[in-house]
Design a protein around this ligand. Structure first.
Ligand code: GCV
Length: 711
């Protein structure tokens, strides 16, 4: 390998660095295969696609690749739609107009006018843009060009980032600085970052951005803010991105001067209709509303004894099906309801299946509690066949070490997507529900709670951008493997050197499981510190019951875990057979979810031959060891990475190792007060006392407003 020092990078360019191809045979092959471009760019989207293509080619191949009018030589790259390009129309590609649909594309190497060419074609301009980015990924990952035949179309319709950004610039659960949206200077000043944000999203097929926090502020729906939103929408449009806003259910009262927000009140429906018309007058392609209602203190239709369906349908009528959609969040639970929090969404929403209007989608978190390091899949998947269900995952790492811990989350997203619900017999995967294929829904989608902020490198941790990238790739095609996504991202973000990619990929793939082990092994969940969720807090027993930790782990002198079998909360009954029986039985329940579904005696024999207590000690220690392994792996990769990014990751891994030990020691000491069993001597013993850990206080943890820290 080339040992000269690498130029320091700050991560701003993400996976779109277009680093020059240094491998001589690959470079020679590329320079032969691409000598000129025929690309008639008659629309804003085609123009940005052409600009991206030509700039990238120049950077990758380090030669200028001219844009010409006609195919006059071998090595011509032809791009466009049958409408934008007579050449493409002439080729009458069999993939057009059929399989690639409205957003897909085809990339083929084939003769055109007797010359050897590469063709990027689509039915629509945005399809061409996606095709260009796919082709550039192909080059960035040094794949061969001789026998190209790529046909790709997205499996879901709405592929969206949910920004939990507040109008004051803070981000709920954001760990990479402040909001990208500079509301104060909008609409007159458009930061250059907005365009790069749009480019990055388009490069992975993301086509929607919810700009505001689901804990919504009604002000975003006032005229001055709508003008600011329109400026962003205008910019994002060329990149195929539509904007959505969160709608605060009580907005008619707060900004409309009404005395009620009752969804069945005529004046309320009229207010929302007028508001929707006002929005569409300035943002013609406005995507619609995302709504968090009657959850964690947010207003909603229950305040008026109305159902979620009443609320969602009223907004859906205001938007109208030909203009936009209502994305209604299924994250609904109430501490006044005595039932297990994990059951409440199904209890409330399943009876309403079939009552939602055609432009309503339900957005369901991957698991029934709240983005824990590991959860079983949400039992709503498969239980509402008449309603399109979107999958919501968290890209920001609220419960997985914020932007300090390296945790590659594609395996976590895949775990949900690949899970078999058995709702229509074996092979009814969550992915089939989400992409609409199982129940024949035309509307489908995936939403990722964004981890993007104002940090120069966008996501805080240099590896956190991999999760943004992975989300987009999976929303486009949930069948791609976590390995392949990591592989692409590493090559594009760092280097194509095989030695680097092999080690770094293995490190990424093991990283989420490491976090599970040192935070919440064996199905433990929600044992983080109160409110800010930074660090362990299994002792938290004050405040709203379903926000305490003792509610979830149920440790006592007999054992540990939440009994959700028929002898307990019976949450298992919300799943289909045979999964239901599998998880109900202590002997067949997967051990990585054991304490989610069972209260297990401390001496229970685990598959390893260890008792539950010893297994817990083993898992926590294994987690810490895994982080040390990551440190060793990264240390060996120093020659392949520029100093700035190398040291950044190295420093964060050091913090991660400290925090993994903190988690292990605090949790084991706490659970030991119930098990009364020793931590086996083969393991490191806790560095401090339980009191020490219990008394640690953390002020101004990111991702939470300052006022929450005031007493
Ligand atoms: C936006 C969790 C988070 C909240 C978040 C909520 C939600 O409870 O801690 O910050 O609120 O999920 O998804 O609505």
């Amino acid at each position: 390998m080339d040992m000269k020092p690498l130029k320091s990078e700050d991560g701003y360019e993400l996976w779109l660095r277009y680093a020059p191809v240094t491998d001589a045979p690959t470079l020679a092959a590329y320079r032969t295969a691409i000598t000129q471009v025929v690309f008639d760019a008659s629309s804003p989207t085609l123009r940005v696609a052409r600009e991206e293509l030509t700039l990238a080619l120049e950077s990758l191949l380090e030669i200028s690749v001219p844009v010409v009018k006609q195919v006059v030589q071998d090595g011509t790259l032809v791009a466009g739609t049958p409408r934008s390009s007579s050449l493409i129309a002439e080729l009458a590609l069999q993939e057009l107009p059929g399989p690639v649909g409205d957003e897909g594309f085809v990339i083929v190497s084939r003769p055109v006018r007797t010359r050897d060419c590469i063709v990027i074609a689509a039915n629509t301009d945005v399809g061409v843009l996606y095709g260009v980015f796919h082709f550039l990924r192909h080059l960035q990952t040094h794949r061969p060009l001789d026998t190209l035949h790529i046909v790709s179309a997205p499996k879901t319709k709405f592929r969206m980032l949910n920004h939990w950004d507040n109008l004051d610039g803070t981000i709920e659960r954001g760990y990479a600085g402040f909001s990208l949206w500079d509301w104060h200077k909008l609409p007159d000043y458009l930061a250059p970052r907005y365009r790069d944000y749009a480019r990055a999203n388009a490069s992975i097929g993301i086509n929607g951005a919810v700009l505001t926090n689901v804990n919504a502020n009604a002000l975003i729906l006032t005229r001055p803010y709508l003008r600011k939103v329109a400026a962003l929408a205008d910019l994002f449009r060329s990149y195929g991105i539509r904007v959505f806003l969160t709608a605060r259910f009580s907005a008619p009262i707060e900004i409309g001067g009404l005395s009620t927000a009752d969804p069945l009140a005529v004046e309320v429906a009229a207010w929302w209709k007028e508001k929707a018309d006002e929005i569409y007058a300035i943002i013609p392609d406005f995507g619609g509303f995302v709504v968090k209602a009657n959850s964690e203190g947010q207003p909603g239709p229950h305040d008026y004894d109305r159902s979620h369906g009443d609320g969602a349908n009223m907004l859906a009528r205001a938007l109208t099906a030909d203009r936009g959609v209502v994305i209604w969040r299924a994250f609904v639970y109430d501490d006044k309801v005595p039932d297990d929090r994990a059951k409440q969404a199904n209890n409330d929403l399943v009876p309403q299946d079939g009552s939602f209007l055609e432009n309503v989608l339900l957005q369901v978190k991957n698991g029934p509690i709240d983005f824990q390091p590991r959860e079983p899949y949400h039992p709503l998947f498969g239980s509402m066949p008449k309603t399109p269900l979107m999958l919501e995952v968290q890209i920001t790492q609220e419960y997985l070490g914020n932007a300090t811990h390296l945790a590659y989350l594609a395996p976590m997203y895949k775990e949900t997507l690949d899970a078999d619900t058995y709702c229509q017999g074996p092979g009814s995967q969550v992915a089939d529900v989400v992409d609409g294929s199982l129940d024949g829904h035309a509307m489908s989608g995936m939403a990722g709670v964004s981890n993007i902020g104002s940090d120069r490198n966008w996501c805080g941790h240099p590896f956190a951008a991999a999760n943004w990238f992975a989300f987009g790739r999976l929303a486009w095609d949930h069948q791609v493997s976590s390995e392949d996504i990591a592989d692409d991202w590493l090559r594009m973000t760092f280097t194509n050197d095989e030695d680097f990619v092999g080690s770094a990929r293995a490190m990424m793939l093991a990283s989420r499981e490491a976090v599970v082990r040192y935070m919440t092994p064996l199905g433990l969940h929600h044992i983080m510190a109160y409110g800010h969720h930074y660090g362990p807090g299994p002792w938290v027993d004050q405040g709203r019951a379903d926000w305490t930790c003792v509610y979830y782990h149920r440790a006592d002198s007999r054992g540990l875990g939440f009994d959700r079998t028929p002898t307990g909360s019976d949450a298992v009954s919300q799943y289909f057979s045979p999964y239901r029986e599998q998880i109900s039985n202590l002997d067949t329940c997967p051990e990585n979810l054991l304490l989610w579904f069972h209260h297990v005696p401390w001496q229970h024999p685990m598959k390893s031959g260890r008792t539950l207590w010893d297994e817990l000690c083993y898992q926590y220690n294994h987690g810490v060891e895994s982080v040390r392994q990551m440190q060793a792996t990264w240390a060996a990769l120093a020659p392949y990475v520029d100093a700035a990014r190398f040291e950044h990751v190295q420093d964060l891994l050091r913090i991660q190792e400290q925090e993994a030990r903190w988690w292990r020691d605090a949790c084991l000491l706490y659970f030991q007060t119930f098990s009364r069993l020793p931590i086996p001597l083969e393991y490191e013993q806790p560095a401090q006392s339980l009191d020490y850990y219990r008394n640690l206080k953390h002020y101004y943890v990111p991702g939470i407003p300052e006022r929450r820290f005031r007493s």
